[in-house]
Design a binder for this molecule. Structure first.
Ligand code: ADE
Length: 268
């Protein structure tokens, strides 16, 4: 995969030289280029922003440096598949593990890091001729710019590329891979500061361990992220799993989980 990142703070992307992503670059699994938007300005001050039409606070990123920068990375053009242009923004669609998987299947990604109040909207309209444009949000909060979001997205996508994570099994048993949060993990010593590792994990009974882990996933998800259970397919759950959900206050209705109301009435 090839990734290009355009930013006015290229140094912000330096951590992508470290750890698994840095190694993937060294191993040739990932080609990653960082471009400085100011290299595509033509004035002495290398200006990238200006005041907003219509008034209001802050500055807006000028369109022409973006058009120049994006043209320089757009690639062969006619005939070839358009690269995906990801524009980090709190006004974008939500970036999830499913998005990371989807984008890990692309040949080319380009990230456009906005700063200030954002990029002149016409850039995204124009870019649609050369790219599949996807404004993306990490979550419902506001960062100072796209760079931190790019660090997160490139790591989430990059680790899914074949060969990047040493043991691919670890990608299967992690939070969000099956729509649930991951179970808790423990290592030696088995007793630490008067706290014991759950006995089932020392039992050697792999069936019991798998069941305990699954039920811990249910418990955690119900406690911390009940919203994730709304889409959970409960149609084919074994009886022990239905009981685990019942203990957490959920019944299975038409293959879906339904939260039992606190007053003991009909499920919602
Ligand atoms: N830029 C500013 N805030 C952001 C967010 N929440 N997600 C992605 N990019 C952003």
């Amino acid at each position: 995969m090839r990734i290009d990142v355009v930013s006015i703070f290229p140094e912000y992307l330096a951590p992508l030289e470290l750890s698994l992503i840095g190694k993937a670059r060294q191993d040739g699994l990932l080609e990653l280029n960082v471009l400085d938007l100011r290299d595509f300005t033509t004035d002495r001050h290398r200006t990238v922003d200006d005041t907003p039409y219509g008034g209001g606070a802050g500055m807006v990123m000028k369109p022409e440096p973006w058009a120049q920068a994006l043209t320089s990375v757009a690639g062969p053009g006619a005939g070839a598949e358009k690269p995906v242009l990801i524009v980090p923004s709190p006004a974008g669609e939500r970036f999830t593990q499913a998005t990371a998987h989807e984008l890990a299947g692309e040949d080319r990604l380009v990230f456009a890091c906005g700063r200030y109040e954002g990029i002149d909207e016409r850039v995204l309209e124009w870019a649609a001729e050369h790219f599949t444009v996807r404004p993306m949000s990490l979550g419902d909060y506001v960062l100072n710019g796209g760079e931190v979001a790019v660090l997160a997205m490139v790591e989430a996508i990059g680790r899914l590329l074949p060969g990047v994570v040493g043991n691919p099994e670890s990608l299967v048993e992690e939070s969000h891979s099956d729509g649930l949060l991951e179970y808790p993990v423990y290592t030696k010593p088995s007793s630490w500061r008067d706290r014991n590792v759950p006995a089932v994990l020392l039992s050697g009974n792999h069936g019991k361990i798998a069941q305990w882990r699954r039920h811990e996933q249910y418990r955690r998800t119900a406690e911390r992220r009940p919203d994730l259970l709304e889409g959970f397919d409960a149609g084919a759950l074994p009886r022990a799993d239905r009981t685990a959900f019942a203990d957490l206050g959920y019944d299975v209705v038409d293959g879906r989980l339904a939260r039992r109301p606190a007053d003991g009435g009909e499920p919602a």
